[in-house]
Design a protein around this ligand. Sequence first.
Ligand code: AMP
Length: 320
Amino acid sequence: MQRRQSEPFDPEPDTLVIVKIISTGSELTKVSRKLSIEDSRPVVVMTMGALHEGHCSLIRKAATIGRPVLVSIFVNPTQFAPHEDFNDYPRDLARDCKVAEDSGADLLFTPDSDEIYPEGLKNATTTAQRLKLPDVATRPGLEDAIRPNFFSGVCLVVSRLLELTKPRHCLFGEKDYQQLLVLKDMIKDRSDRFGIIEVEGAPTIRAESGLALSSRNMHLSEEQKDHALGLRRSLEAASTCSTIEEAQVRMRQILVEHELDIDYAAIRDAETLTPPTQSNRPLRALVAARLGSVRLIDNCEITLAQSPPRADEEVAPPEE
Ligand code: AMP
């Protein structure tokens, strides 16, 4: 597939075999309008670039849906706290365009900050902090506790991207599991504004070692990558445990053994991400830890031999 950027854009859906790179909202609106009229609202995969196999798997999955695939690349300033790595976040637009195209993208949306936040960053940050977020963005005490304004920034940028790209489907990775649940809820709650959008999750893609792929892994030395395996190993160990308490203790032990600074290591209800109180609920194990200045997260579905007692069940005292 050859990209011919110099040609004028022709938004006929049947010409979408050629990848188009669009960086302004007005051009995108023109394209989106045309796509909506043709009922070809796209499948959108939102990314912050530095694309790896995890992103590619989302783009390939998007390409199976049978609609135009739009990939956005935008490092969103409103989801980073001042002490976080916004300035150091890896950026390589030329490479990303090629990778996205090779994975099956039809359109690339690469806006700059003024396109997404015409009101300026300061005002956008205020707007983000005023957004009403779904419970799963505020109650679990996981990413929400460690990165207090993170989901406000994520919800604002995703809202702006939805308004501009008008998708019929959106794909997000399970790698960012709390984010996936937050966005599913937000998009459902705001269907009056965004229309009906199918939101799908996609499994986490890992290196052969088991390390979950992340754009931030490129900041890790080979030695640090060995330490980072502690996240995956802690999840594997949790799945051999019988109770939630045992699993949480074991996860922490393994993270410490790998010299990781723990943000959290928790077993949660897979739908609400609150501490499980009922039996027979699907569970999720989630970990977040830091290695020097690099913060890593991972999670997996988990089944424990012994689920928590139901609230109405009497628990026998342990035998002496
Ligand atoms: P990011 O560029 O980190 O904002 O991620 C863009 C999308 O790719 C999000 O939906 C992520 O959850 C997803 N993603 C990131 N890493 C992976 C991975 N290792 N496997 C699958 N999806 C991923």
